[in-house]
Design a protein around this ligand. Structure first.
Ligand code: LIP
Length: 277
């Protein structure tokens, strides 16, 4: 890219961002091919942490496709994937992969499931790509380089108070955790305009970046659920945080427009939204 020299891109984030897009879009095409090959036949699912935590052969095939291409192109890199890929690497670069985020939506044919690819350098996410498999929409971001839907810059949500905000959220696979999570939503809902539950954290986070949601929060996410989407939201100018001054993490991930972020995090802290795991 013109004007950017290695010393101005020490992390090599431009190349990592390019590769993240290639990986996310390529794996999404593989998932679409697998779905077409099923041509209406039954999709076999296995259960993971609970009977509702599903995984399919396509999840596993997508992750294998991603890992093979990463290690062929960059053999010294590390990899962490939802379906078991876990390799330390020696380059300082680690790829964090959700081969199908929103697996239940994928199984049901609800068009909100994505391939999420993030590249970390020394533990810092510097590039990310999220490809909605059903729609083909490609969200991408590079640390310090902005966030985009295809090549359209993303600038986050409209300016609204929390009382007029549409807030996304999600729930875990454990029934007792869901009972605690819905108790938080029951208190939150009368204080916002509405709630949305999309079923794929990466798309929730990209929806905030694109202004399709005013905010989003979820407790219990895994790194592969939020690594890429959190960078897209942050590079779109959103507030991306945990609660009580903490960084976004498995405990709590929040993304919101600047106009309602403080109201949202303050209310979530009062409701104990980070005390449900
Ligand atoms: C999903 C997350 C979503 C959460 C779901 C599920 P998966 O990830 O992206 O935000 O609410 O329960 O965990 O399991 O489909 O990759």
């Amino acid at each position: 890219m013109g004007g950017v020299t290695p010393d101005r891109d020490p992390a090599g984030s431009i190349e990592l961002a390019r590769f993240a897009v290639e990986l996310a879009t390529g794996a999404a095409a593989e998932v679409r091919r697998a779905l077409a090959a099923l041509s209406g036949g039954d999709m076999r699912t296995d259960a993971k942490s609970t009977a509702t935590d599903l995984v399919t052969a396509t999840d596993r095939a997508s992750e294998q496709w991603l890992v093979e291409r990463i290690l062929t192109a960059r053999p010294g890199d590390g990899v962490l994937g939802e379906e078991g890929a876990d390799r330390a690497g020696s380059s300082g670069v680690r790829w964090v992969l959700d081969p199908i985020d929103g697996t239940v939506n994928f199984v049901l044919g609800l068009p909100a499931y994505a391939v999420s690819v993030a590249a970390e350098v020394d533990g810092i996410v510097v590039a990310g790509a999220v490809c909605n498999v059903a729609s083909g929409e490609l969200f991408r971001a590079r640390l310090g380089g902005g966030a985009y839907l295809y090549d359209q810059p993303l600038t986050g949500p409209r300016s609204v108070p929390l009382s007029r905000a549409v807030i996304g959220t999600g729930f875990g696979y454990d029934a007792s955790r869901r009972a605690r999570q819905i108790a938080v939503v029951a208190e939150l809902l009368p204080q916002v305009a509405d709630i949305r539950r999309i079923g794929a954290a990466s798309l929730d986070l990209c929806s905030v970046a694109a202004g399709r949601l005013d905010g989003y929060f979820e407790a219990g996410l895994n790194p592969w659920d939020y690594a890429a989407g959190a960078l897209v939201a942050a590079e779109a100018g959103c507030v991306v945080t945990g609660l009580r001054g903490r960084e976004p993490s498995t405990v709590m991930t929040v993304a919101a427009g600047t106009s309602c972020a403080t109201e949202l995090t303050t209310l979530l802290e009062v409701l104990g939204a980070d005390d449900v795991l």
